[in-house]
Design a protein around this ligand. Structure first.
Ligand code: TNX
Length: 491
């Protein structure tokens, strides 16, 4: 059954019916004006489906003979905006949901049912997600990837019903967002990246206009951008551009290497407080979403009291700017009430996490051994890192339980899951996609589907059918040894 229904993430219920529906030409209709219906074309056209009626103001054309199979979108009250019902009948399709995001999820599911003959099996799908925070962390600081690539990454995230694209915008190697109060950050450190300089002809950072456009592109697909300004470590790009952050006032040299943990801010430097508040204030003001991530990871040259003071400064600056702070797990000893902590490194004492949860922090799980898709998918893979000590293959990305990741943490303290792609060794758009695929679909299922409905053998069979869409989208992917892919054309 799973081969006929190659759905990822796997829905709550899938009730097969009899027969198939021709979807070579579809007409999208709705009683409500829906902003995103042009996406129906974007989603289905790569699969050869011709879509009509999907203007910005789709309305039911009752009485008129529709020029194709009718896909009706129906808004109907319900508890979870992300829930949806998808009914593929012999005579048409109905998607029902309480909100536009649920309707889009239903359409994304329909897309996964479209076979090579442009038919869809008759089926009734009922579905809703397990976790609200289903994310992808993408490092554009080590290697710069501009708006065009970022939009394609949004498309991939959306295709697997992820809701968060967390952009790691600053690190030792580069600074990727315009900051009006400190223009030198982007002007100077936008130029640099791992191994040297960004390519000629590229600016190396998002202007605020580009940042707004990207967020709007993402929001139209119900993906929220979470910007990260990594403090108080991973700050060499900041101290390279803004020498006043250093005790001696001298800018640090550009850094293109791989080592982490050496760079830092100083709490007793009078320039630090205003800089942190201005920079985070500017980024928060430019952010349409609810969150600003302040980093906090790997500050190996700071003692704990000073580290906590610096992180509190950053957390308070985000709150003062009206956003909810997010930080890496190391920030747990700071004042993280109401914040989101992103867990990544299992090699530590978990006691601060229990205190943080008791104080009202919630966790997004990105355990490196499962969710770090910068790790090599197999030994000897030409790109990627291997510091976690084993390859992170498709099975590793699939087979783990977010609520058991920090043993003893209350399940309510788990907000969700984020895959993470770090880009020290990732230089091209094909590198990006071949590390994301097929592992991000596995992680998306971990985030969406309850553990009781997840099944590795089923997943590894279902995911194979997706390669056709990845090829149609021009997304590079890795032929993981864990699934039985169709032979490569020409191979
Ligand atoms: C650890 S994850 C880091 C990153 C690196 C990554 C490489 C985290 C919070 N810090 O700075 O890019 O490992 O895998």
């Amino acid at each position: 059954m799973t081969a006929a229904f190659p759905l990822v993430p796997w829905p709550t219920t899938v009730e097969p019916g009899e027969g198939t529906l021709d979807v070579a030409r579809v007409v999208v209709v709705s009683d409500h004006p829906l902003r995103w219906t042009p996406l129906a074309t974007e989603l289905l056209a790569p699969l050869g489906v011709e879509v009509t009626g999907a203007g910005p103001q789709v309305l039911a054309k009752r009485g008129k003979a529709p020029a194709g199979t009718v896909v009706e979108l129906v808004l109907e009250p319900g508890a979870d905006d992300e829930s949806y019902a998808l009914d593929v009948r012999p005579d048409g399709v109905t998607v029902t949901a309480p909100a536009e995001v649920g309707l889009l999820h239903g359409l994304r599911t329909l897309r996964q049912l479209v076979g090579p003959e442009r038919t869809a099996p008759v089926v009734a799908v009922r579905d809703a997600p397990r976790f609200a925070w289903r994310g992808l962390t993408f490092d554009v600081a080590r290697h710069w990837f501009g708006p065009a690539v970022l939009r394609r990454v949004v498309d991939l995230a959306g295709a697997y019903k992820l809701r968060v694209l967390h952009l790691h915008l600053t690190d030792d190697q580069g600074w990727r967002i315009e900051v009006p109060s400190r223009p030198a950050l982007a002007d100077v450190s936008g130029r640099t990246q791992s191994g040297g300089l960004v390519p000629d002809g590229e600016r190396g950072y998002l202007t605020l206009d580009e940042y707004r456009d990207l967020q709007e592109y993402a929001a139209a697909r119900f993906v929220e951008i979470v910007p990260e300004i990594d403090l108080p470590g991973h700050t060499n790009a900041a101290t390279h551009a803004c020498g006043e952050l250093r005790p001696d006032g001298v800018p640090t040299p550009a850094y293109g290497g791989m080592e982490v943990g050496f760079s830092r801010l100083w709490i007793d430097n009078p320039a630090t407080g205003p800089w942190v508040r201005d920079v985070l204030g500017d980024v928060a003001a430019a952010t349409l979403g609810r969150y600003v991530h302040v980093g906090g990871d790997e500050c190996h040259t700071l003692d704990e009291p000073e580290y906590v003071q610096l992180v509190d400064l950053a957390l308070d600056a985000v709150r003062a700017a009206g956003k909810t702070p997010v930080a890496w797990q190391e920030a747990a000893p700071a004042d993280v009430a109401g914040a989101i902590l992103q867990y990544w490194d299992p090699r530590v004492d978990p006691a601060p996490f229990f205190k943080a949860a008791a104080a009202g922090a919630r966790f997004v799980m990105s355990p490196a051994s499962h969710a770090y898709v910068d790790q090599k998918p197999e030994a000897g893979h030409p790109i990627g890192q291997d510091w976690i000590g084993h390859d992170v293959d498709l099975h590793d990305s699939y087979e783990w339980e977010p609520t058991a990741t920090i043993p003893g943490l209350p399940a309510e303290a788990v907000a969700g899951v984020s895959a993470a792609l770090w880009t020290e060794t990732i230089e091209t758009v094909d590198h990006v996609f071949s590390m994301l695929l097929p592992r991000v679909p596995a992680l998306a299922e971990v985030a969406w589907t309850p553990a009781s409905s997840r099944d590795w053998q089923s997943f590894r069979t279902r995911v194979v059918a997706h390669a056709r869409t990845w090829d149609a989208e021009g997304w590079a992917w890795h032929r993981s040894k864990d699934a039985a892919w169709a032979p490569a054309v020409g191979a």
